[in-house]
Design a protein around this ligand. Structure first.
Ligand code: ATP
Length: 313
């Protein structure tokens, strides 16, 4: 698959530098307050004209990605086509780098990327506001995959306020051998919290101020993920991964979202390389990736010169 066949969009993975979980709402979702941060680990989605809606996927986790209508990227294409009263005739090819069920919103990134790619391929010019509405219908994390950067999420995580962020934060991601199901982690959270009164979920201002100031040391002291005990309870081996990165000099570490990916905040690129090497040799994770934040949201990638949409349609 080459980019010149259609439109290629990349969208970033996210980590939650703050995730406060509140009570279960009447619709079954937990009330959340989340600080999303987009990191420089991207999936690419290429949309090409086709007779029907089809999906293919490549990458180390490709066998874990559904290729039918349950694929979030396919669902995104369908919703966009419905909005414009069009048949969803498109082939979506996903080049996957974001671990599946890794707590990094990989499926959401694919949905946001597919939405932008189809919008460009079908030359629809859908207003950003309408794209964001479709994103919120697709899932709690999808709107953030579209906007990227840093944002505060409330509701079930989908109501976003962009946050100011300065400089670049350096992270190492420890990617686990096996994923964790988000609903299962929430159920474990509920089991562990049984009988505890849940206060409204809040994020300390120190955290958002640290992002705005580009201050990694203060951010390290303010990282918070209420789902971490549940992820560790379901996957006790994550404690060993946390210990390796912390002993190798990370400023702080936390489970990303529902896990099992662990994000280590580090001072600079040099420290990141040392910690990534320690994690890789420890064998406590499948792989370690060095990333920076913030990363931009879903964006159309340039097509090679002379091979634009004019030739693809
Ligand atoms: P989040 O952090 O948003 O809770 P996650 O990163 O833990 O999600 P995903 O990688 O988005 O998890 O995948 C969760 C499940 O969604 C997968 O196990 C898979 O069955 C399904 N799925 C549907 N579409 C996709 C897609 N395009 N890519 C990956 N998984 C998908």
């Amino acid at each position: 698959m080459t980019r010149c066949d259609g439109v290629t969009v990349h969208a970033p993975a996210k980590i939650n530098v703050g995730l406060a979980v509140g009570a279960v709402r009447s619709d079954g979702f937990h009330e959340l307050t989340s600080v999303f941060l987009a990191v420089s680990l991207y999936d690419e989605v290429t949309a090409t004209p086709a007779r029907a809606l089809t999906v293919t996927c490549e990458g180390p986790d490709a066998d874990k990605v559904p290729l039918d209508q349950t694929n979030l990227a396919a669902h995104a294409a369908e919703l966009l086509a419905t909005l414009h009263n069009l048949p969803p005739n498109v082939h979506l090819h996903i080049a996957k780098n974001i671990p599946v069920a890794g707590g990094m919103a990989g499926g959401s990134a694919n949905a946001a990327a597919a939405l932008l790619a189809c919008d460009a391929l079908w030359r629809l010019g859908t207003p950003r506001e309408d794209l964001l509405t479709i994103c919120a219908d697709l899932g709690s994390d999808v709107p953030f995959s579209l906007i990227g950067g840093a944002a505060l999420g409330t509701g079930r995580g989908e109501k976003l306020t962009e946050l100011p962020i300065a400089g670049a934060f350096h992270w190492v991601l420890a990617i686990a051998h096996e994923g964790l199901s988000t609903p299962v982690v929430f159920r474990e959270f509920d089991r562990l919290a049984q009988g505890t009164r849940m206060p409204p979920p809040t994020i300390p201002q120190t955290l958002t101020h640290a992002l705005a100031a580009g201050d990694a040391t203060t951010l390290a002291s303010a990282l918070r993920n209420d789902l971490q005990p549940a992820a560790l309870s379901l996957r006790p081996s994550l404690a060993a991964t946390l210990a390796v990165g912390t002993e190798a000099g990370a400023l702080a570490a936390l489970v990303s979202g529902s896990g099992p990916t662990i994000a280590f905040l580090v001072t600079d690129a040099k420290a990141a390389a040392v910690i990534a090497a320690a994690l890789t040799t420890s064998g406590t994770c499948r792989t370690a990736r060095v990333v920076t934040a913030p990363a931009q949201g879903a964006s159309v990638l340039p097509t090679p010169l002379g091979q634009g949409l004019g030739t693809a349609l």
